[in-house]
Design a protein around this ligand. Structure first.
Ligand code: NDP
Length: 475
């Protein structure tokens, strides 16, 4: 009898341990708790070199007509010293500081104090208060989605000024581009440092904080998952969308205005870049509620990577094509212009439809039609830190049955179109496609690693059903 009881107890202990093991492994699906050497090396490299890369690109346009090789040749041949280049670089000015402060303050006001009205008047647009995804700690945050409205108000004011009020020149951004770079850096470093201190001293949700014990990793990848001030000022939503992406189209407009001022006309390549990137930006704001379900908001913590990246990297490097075209006003032949437009539009179509398919599928919990049919999917489950079990589904229909990240493939096609609009005289405009390829391939791998930790064997079933990542039959 005693032996029988002992055996039963042992069996129960084993069952409990297995459950705990599963639980422990399944709740490791958020950002890493430990830093491997490769990640640390990459982070140190980016912390040291990313600001220099931005400076190098912008300086080479300012001083070397966008040639990336000439500054290096000059330095290597001893024709110039670093100090010569640095001394020719415009410094921070009061004017730039005033422009930048007003710009950021205006975006804060639009974000915080103007509740969304677009969702009341635009059919099909989802705005106002929306919920984000479940965090690893099991929290569901609410967001005020009013980015489209902020974008529209900002651009209406921009055009009103350019064509009617003339308070400032529409070339203002280009004319102060390097002094503004210093302001953007100050904000980028300030907000990242503040986010780190906040993570230690007064986090918004302590359970969703992660400390690896490595200062550089925590500074770069962030401690807090969703840092907020008050109930509504969400750092991730604000910094990615507002100073970064609202600015993107304004910066391009400023470049177009500069071309007009310098050459008396705006080239078709500049129009192409403005239109294609404008569609991408408008798409972002039209789908801001969907953005709450993307990796940036659902999985990344807020550190230097997002804080500095949104303030500096995004507005300065995503707009390189327009900047290049100010210095090299390329006029494309009709066939080339049409070809690039078609490539950009097909890329956008794939990007949008793929993202829409997943969004629709998740919103309706699979009760929808994808390409006219009921979608197929793989059932999966995961756990939050408190041990609550959740169920989810991974779709294997539509573009999600072609490849696991076909939305990235569409994005890359669009990115290539922007670059091609600049012709082949220099490599600088092609930085974007190289960067996006690295970013999205790395993101694929990062996301899949995370999904595997989250869903375990269910993720394996999914990858068996959809074996390719970006290009069916190739990768
Ligand atoms: P996705 O929109 O592809 O989201 C990935 C997440 O979707 C996964 O973590 C998983 O989350 C869920 N998921 C994965 N497979 C499936 C499936 N088969 N069915 C249902 N859900 C699935 O990635 P991103 O957030 O990175 O990108 C969103 C868009 O933003 C992309 O189009 C990308 O190109 C673009 N982008 C642009 C950038 C730029 O700088 N221009 C930078 C980054 C992205 P879960 O845990 O919920 O299951």
């Amino acid at each position: 009898m005693a032996a029988h009881q002992e055996k039963k107890l042992a069996q129960e202990r084993k069952h409990k341990t297995t459950q705990n093991d599963t639980q422990t492994s399944q709740v490791q699906w958020g950002r890493a708790w430990e830093v491997d050497w490769f990640s640390l090396g990459s982070i140190l490299f980016l912390l040291m070199f990313a600001p220099l890369i931005v400076y190098y690109f912008i300086m080479s346009c300012d001083q070397y007509q966008c040639s990336l090789t000439e500054p290096l040749i000059d330095l290597l041949m001893g024709n110039k010293h670093l100090s010569d280049i640095w001394n020719k670089t415009p410094t921070l000015t009061y004017r730039a500081a005033a422009i930048y402060s007003l710009w950021v303050a205006f975006q804060v006001v639009l974000y915080m104090f103007v509740p969304d009205f677009c969702h009341k008047i635009l059919p099909g647009y989802v705005g106002g208060v929306q919920e984000g995804a479940v965090t690893p700690a099991g929290v569901v945050n609410k967001y005020e989605i009013n980015g489209l409205q902020a974008w529209i108000i900002t651009h209406v004011l921009w055009f009103a000024n350019a064509y009617y009020f003339h308070f400032f020149s529409p070339t203002i951004i280009f004319d102060n581009w390097i002094p503004l770079l210093w302001c953007a850096n100050i904000l980028g470093y300030a907000v990242s440092t503040f986010a780190m201190i906040k993570g230690y001293c007064f986090p918004t949700n302590a359970k969703d904080c992660k400390f690896t014990g490595n200062f550089f990793y925590d500074y770069m990848m962030g401690i807090e998952f969703n840092p907020r001030i008050g109930r509504w000022f969400d750092f991730k939503l604000f910094f990615n969308g507002r100073p970064g992406i609202v600015a993107w189209t304004l910066i391009n407009l400023s470049y177009a205005a500069k071309q007009q001022e310098l050459y008396g006309q705006v080239t078709n390549s500049m129009i192409l870049v403005n239109v294609l990137q404008g569609i991408y930006v408008l798409d972002f704001f039209w789908n801001e509620a969907w953005y709450l379900k993307t990796i940036d908001i659902c999985h990344d913590h807020f550190g230097w990577y997002l804080g500095w990246g949104d303030c500096v990297w995004l507005p300065y490097l995503y707009t390189l094509q327009g900047l290049y075209l100010v210095y090299h006003p390329v006029q494309l032949g009709t066939a080339n212009a049409v070809g690039i437009l078609i490539l950009g539009l097909i890329g956008y179509y794939i990007f949008r439809v793929t993202n829409h398919q997943k969004d629709l599928f998740r919103r309706t919990d699979g009760n929808c039609r994808i390409w006219g049919k009921k979608p197929k999917y793989i059932e999966c489950s995961y756990m939050s830190v408190d041990g609550t079990k959740y169920y989810s589904k991974l779709m294997t229909s539509g573009f999600w049955g072609w490849a696991r990240h076909f939305n990235y493939t569409g994005d890359l096609m669009g990115s290539l179109a922007y670059c091609l609009a600049c012709g082949f005289a220099h490599i600088l405009p092609y930085f974007y496609i190289v960067y996006m390829t690295i970013l999205l391939t790395h993101r694929c791998i990062r996301d899949e690693h995370r999904c595997f930790s989250k869903y375990g064997k269910d993720w394996k079933h999914y990858t068996a059903a959809v074996p390719y990542r970006l290009i069916p039959g190739v990768f």
